[in-house]
Design a protein around this ligand. Sequence first.
Ligand code: VGL
Ligand code: ZN
Length: 198
Amino acid sequence: MTHALIVIDVQNDFCPGGALAVPGGDSIVAGINALMDTAEAVVLTQDWHPGGHSSFASSHAGRAPYDLIDMPYGPQVLWPDHCVQGSDGAAFHPDLNADRADMIVRKGYRPEIDSYSAFFENDQTTPTGLDGYLRTRGITALTMVGLATDFCVNFSAVDAAKLGFDVTVRMDLCRAIDLDGSLAAARDGMAAAGVTLT
Ligand code: VGL
Ligand code: ZN
């Protein structure tokens, strides 16, 4: 077994009606479930923030969602409160076949740092442990799907490529937030990192 399907953040808060809804976020669920049926290994990621997380605009006086601020580790977009640990918004979409997962990776649980990537937090050095998990299973090729194309999928795919995995992003099974051209930038960045976009 050398291939894994990585399903990024298919959670209620990123679907229509959620706190940080991605347009059409729920429309990819059936296709992802179908892909799971044929996958060798399945890993889900779950955005998992404590209340008052530093990526929430509500944690910064005078700031609004989608403002860009400087954090000690670099620039950070501020978000509406979302995916608070244990909340309904943090749960996987009810139709997602989460029972199929071999492994669930939670990220963004440190109050002072965000984590878009499934591999490293936003300081780009603190590992989540997923690299070690995949390597010790002998997995070398990854297919990525999920939410949002231009943030967590993008950062995960670029990090995976940098780590030496053979990475394909199924763009038809991802949906984007698209802030100020972030989707186009993500496509370019992923392609430049050697990620295959289909
Ligand atoms: C995400 C913004 C904040 C994502 C997570 O899953 O793409 N985006 N937290
Ligand atoms: Zn988040």
